[in-house]
Each structure stands twice: as structure tokens, then as C-alpha cells.
Design a protein around this ligand. Sequence first.
Ligand code: SF4
Length: 637
Amino acid sequence: MKRHLLIIDATRQSFRLQSLPVGALEKDPREEYFVLSGEALCQYLLRQDREAMVLARGPMPFLSGNKVTIGYLSPLTGLPHYSFVGGRAARELLNLGLDAIVLANPPRQGGKRPYIVVSGQAPDIQVEFKESHELPDGQRSAFYFLVEKEMGGQQGRGSVFTLGDGAYHGYRTANLALEAIYHAGRGGAGLVFARYASALVLRGEEVSVARFFGSAQSAFARNPNAAIAGRLERYCKRLSRKDGGTITKLVVTGKDPRGKNTLPSWNAQRLGYAPADIGDARVLLATRHGHTGCHWCQVDCRHWHWVEADYAPGGRDVFLDDFEPTYSAFTMLGLLPEEDTLEAQVRLRQEVDRRIILPIEQMGCDVIDVGLGTAALFEGLEKGLIPAGDVPSFLRQGEAGFGSIEAAAQIIEVLRTGAADYPAVEAIGHGPQALAERYPQMQDSVFTCGRGTLGNAGHCNALWTFLMPFSRFFSHYSGQIYKIEGDIPAGASEGEIEALFENVIRQMLQREYLGVLCNGLSCCAFTFVIFSQDGEGERLDEDGLLVEILGHYGIKTSHQELMWFAQAFWAQSIDLKCKLGWRQPSAQDLPARVFEALSLALERPPEDLRGLMDLLIDEWKRQAGEAMRKFGYEVSW
Ligand code: SF4
């Protein structure tokens, strides 16, 4: 088996093709790369060249859940970061006859790079470097410009990667958008990409299912998705319902009738959010205009609505209904409707879309980081922790804080146009943690997970929410950790807590191993659960569906071999993180705000919770250490 790579040298403006024989890789004998795709391929290439940015696909085209993996060292943490992004890029890599594109050798001088167009089909591939002075700086505007200029106005013709102003200002939270609406978001992918290019257009030659499978005339080769349709229906259908999707978490966690809310708001100073029913079915039914999804995926879980936009054809653009923008823009900033009616909520959504979300989309920065950072800035100003000279004059007035759309919109405008004169605003562009680093008195009130992590605030209620801040530090794949069930009973003895945590970490590692497998195949976490026992996302189903499907793609394997790969790849990933400077923090290293917010929900004093967090960390060290040693890695913790 070989992998076909296109290496683009951004300084020389040249390229070369390389084929990588999987069986003859130069590597440490402890390392496992299985089929060498998705995250595994990114990791292998990042070990060779730590400056590179790798775009890799998975080995199972035409199947629901295919994503492209974007791997790079995060400018926020210095650690490897992998984003799994939807849209059409995975298809387009296939059409180009490639398994991965590697962006290498970035020019040393500053400035906006040319944009790159890759077309044809390997080995007959063309790579063009094109002047970018006409390319708009807005991320969404750049997308429409390139669709018109490079794809004759047909969005489906290829895949388009774009940046926004944030990347050009050098913000570490800059993201990379694919097809305008899918983002490599959390790790600072936009800043890394901007070293190489201002945009990327992939435009291959269509590979049909019939051509891909050649002479194989099996039912699978005629319609790969039929093999998983039943399980997708069972485990993923809820996501594509008109009132489904991730935004529904808002009402579930922010407006519990018994007051057991878990949604932190106003920079995590309280739990619950009065208008959390923005995620309620009646609001969603009243405001949604359609749903869509990643190429080949039958789930189509991404719900969208129109937003007026002067840069887009027809004067309107598509915006997704996701939990993250709603959480960070509404609840964290404490934005409220004029009255508690459906009409007022819809009006608020429209105003926030127009004045806050759209400019963040154009700026091309991670919406959670901007929302959390702005909320922290409001609190820092309120408490006098940020000098007035570090912010624009409109923020020096008393009302410019929580609840003010006007203030939030103006902050984003300053960020977009360049915030060099206002260090506190500029810090938001580098992530909420940058505020805490600039103003050390704020380090306990910034609701992230602290230095060196990409912390989401998460929730605060039960065991799984207790795990959220923990998982941001300790897991390699934190996405599914919150699903671990359990509770910390009042008055539990130390022995009971230890037994609970032992079980929690065991389940967490099982979920991580499944996540590793998902990422190595460049699949979507939403759909990959169909390969797990009862769709629980915890361990690989013994029924052999994944083994069978891989077999249709020419990959002969077994359940045991897949699980060996998963565990070994997890261990080598943790080892690589450690080699790049990752150290396990203690509970004392997490900001006090994390424990204050948890205390509201768990009804235990923050100091108790710190003690429990250290117990949990010790248990992780014990079990993770065993898993590392099993594959020959000595641990120093
Ligand atoms: S389930 Fe949703 S996010 Fe996942 S691949 Fe399908 S459309 Fe994309």
C-alpha cells in the first residue's frame, strides 16, 4: 500500500509528488501507523517536518462521515493539533488523486501570500500560485470571490479554503474555513495556514464510484452507504431533525425547570441563561431554512438559516445553527431580548447574527475564543483589573459590558480593523488565555482551562461536567468524554470516590481509543459511533462491521489489529505531546473560576473540588502510565 502526497514548497513556489510506502516507513519500532491516513498520516508527516501543515483524507471515500484532517503544531499550545473538517475537501483530494497535501517551507518575510490553486489529477497535476491583491480580506467574501473566479460560480466544482482579517493581523485564534461554513477552528489553523497561502482551491477530476471500485461488482461497490444506512438512521437521525442538532443543548442545559442548570453564563459567574430557549424547538422551527452536510454524508446534520450579507450573491449568506456560536455570543456575553416572547428572541438572534456573528465569520477567528475573551474583558473592566488606557474610549463608560450588543459589536470591529493600539482587545485575538497572561490578576477569572490547553468552558453539573476541564488537559480526544455517566454522591468516602474515578478513567481511555480509530480513518465523531457497541461510542462493536467495510476498500484487518493500533497510536501521541513540552498540570493550575462554576452545580466548596480534581489526575496518571508502558514508553509522571 502506498500513500500519494503533493508537497507544496511555498518559498520556492514549486511542488513535487511523493509516494510513501506504508510498509517501509522509517519510524521508531514502537510506532504504529496502520493504514496511514487521517490523523495518523498527519502525525507521521509532522514528525518529519514540524513546520508543515498537512491536509489528509481517510481511506473510505463515498461513505458518510468522511472528513479531511488538518494537522499542524498549534500556535496556541505548541502541541500537535488535528482538526476534522467537513465540506468537500475529502472528495476533492480523492479527485486530485491524492491522499494528502503538505504545505512546507514557509517564506520568512511577512505579508499576504499568493493563493494556491491545485487542479487536474495526479500524476498530471497543476499547482498555480496566484496574486492575492484582489482577494478580499473577509473570510466569507474571499470564498465567494474564489467561487466566482476559480470555479465559474459553481460551489460544487471544488473545495475552497479561506482566511479572514484575523489571520492577516496575526491572531493566534485565526481559523481556516472550508466552503465558508466548515472550520478548522480551535487550534489556530488560520495563523499557520497564512504562513503558506492566503487561500487554497482544490479542483480535481471526478472519480466515480464505479471507477474507484473498478471491476468489483459487489452491492457495496454500487452503493457504499447502503451498508451503514440502518445504523445511521438509528444513531444519527436525531441530528438531522428540523429541531435537532447541537444547539438544542442550550435549552436542555440552560433552562432546566428544576433549576439544575449546567450552562455557565456571564463569563461563568452564574449557571443557566434566561433565554436559553433560543435552542428550543419552536425557535428552531421558526428560524431554520434548511439543512446540509459534508459531501457523501447522508446525515446532513448541519442546520442553517439565511443572514443578510452584502458580500454574497443575492445579498444573503448561509449561517449554521451550532451550539458554540450561540453559547459564546449569547450566554457568555449575557445578551437578552427586550421581552420574553418568541418574536423578541427571533429579533435578538437576527441582531446578534448581523452585528456579532457575521463580523466574527468575516474576521475568521474562533467564535468560542472571541466570545469567551470578550466576556472576560467585560469582567476585567468591571473589576478594574484592566487599565482604561488599554481599551478604546467606548469601553471606559459604565454600561459598556455584559448585556451590551453595542459594546461587543464595537470590540469585534476594533479586532477586525486591527487592535494594535488597544492591548486588551488585541489579546482577545490571541485567545482568552492571552488576557490572563497580560493581566495576571485575571488568571483566576478567565474561564478556560489554562495555559497550554485549548479549553472550552464546557458545563458544570454532574460527573461528566466535572470532567470537562479535566479532559481538556488530559485527553488526546476530549470530544466524547462528557458522555461518561456517574455521579459524585454527597458524603462519599475516599474509597468510593477512588472506585468511581478508576471507572471514569477506564471508560475515558476506552473512548479515547475509539476516537483514535475514528481520527486515523479521518471520520466524523457523530457517525463513527455506528461502529461502536450499541452506538455508545465507548468500544468497538464485536460484530465486525468496520472490519468488513475496510475490507471493501482493500484493507484487510481484524478487530484485534484495529484495537492494537488504537491503543498504540494513543500511546505514541501522548509521547509526542510530552516530547513537545506537554506536562500534566495539577488542580492548582486550573483557574479558580473553573472550580467556582463547578461548585455552583455540584454544591461542594471549591477547595473540595480541587482535591477531587487532583485525585482524578492521579488516577489518570496511573492508568495512562500503564497504557504507555505497555507499548514501551517510559513515563516521567
Ligand atoms: S454527521 Fe454531520 S458533521 Fe458528521 S460528516 Fe455527516 S454532515 Fe458532516
